[in-house]
Design a protein around this ligand. Sequence first.
Ligand SMILES: NC(=O)c1ccc[n+]([C@@H]2O[C@H](COP(=O)([O-])OP(=O)(O)OC[C@H]3O[C@@H](n4cnc5c(N)ncnc54)[C@H](OP(=O)(O)O)[C@@H]3O)[C@@H](O)[C@H]2O)c1
Length: 238
Amino acid sequence: MAMPGGGLVVLITGATGPVGRAAAARFAADGARLALVGRDPGRLDAVVRELGLPEDRVLPVPADLRDGEAARAVAATVDARFGRIDVLLHLVGGWTGGTAVVDLDPDEVRRMLDQHLWTTLHVVQAVVPGMVARGSGRVLAVSSPFAASPGPRGASYAIAKAGEEILLRSLARETAGTGVTANLLVVRAVDAAHERESAPSPRNAGWTTPEEVAEVLSFMASPAAAAVNGQRIGLDGR
Ligand SMILES: NC(=O)c1ccc[n+]([C@@H]2O[C@H](COP(=O)([O-])OP(=O)(O)OC[C@H]3O[C@@H](n4cnc5c(N)ncnc54)[C@H](OP(=O)(O)O)[C@@H]3O)[C@@H](O)[C@H]2O)c1
């Protein structure tokens, strides 16, 4: 049976985080060729070793995606090596919070916008025109319920994730009919340590493991999900 990600070229940003690593393992098992982005070359090399793929199926590309030029260089490097990008999994993460709005340092908001909104804009602008030109592509990112329903003392992260969401849902409207889709998975908390299984409690009941996120990313990259565009898909409904 053909596997969902077989033959695809998949660019994974934030590839050294828990979700990025699980996605890399899942798409590798699906038969995809992978380009992996993070800032730290050593952590990227560790993920490459962990995957154990032949050299012609994996390409580590260290880059800081807060820089638009760096994002364009990533896309050019992947195109030169693999000829195209079929799937963009934008999984750059980072959280800052704990401060009430009245005490918020504007620089904290700027840091979160840099991390979530601007990395997304840069990588989308670098990758999506090629997808549209080829008439096919998938853009997937992971957001938080706080983007739509913020809690207390988390405004800078929620603002940045809301910005990322609006950007990708706007993109989805613009690419409708081109063969390129953009969607968001929504996760309350990534259960990287599998606490939901090892120490179940009401606190972690709605958490989602990196492997569960990777499963849905794999489905969303498959032909079966071609009609899904511009959606926020919750994975916290357990
Ligand atoms: N963790 C959660 O509970 C949770 C909840 C809801 C949504 N999400 C979202 O899910 C996605 C994956 O989360 P995660 O927990 O696996 O991520 P994470 O642990 O925060 O990992 C962050 C990843 O992004 C890379 N990165 C950070 N800044 C970067 C930059 N400027 N340029 C390039 N790469 C950069 C990091 O590598 P370097 O540091 O080497 O650059 C690392 O690979 C993220 O979008 C996150 O916002 C997470």
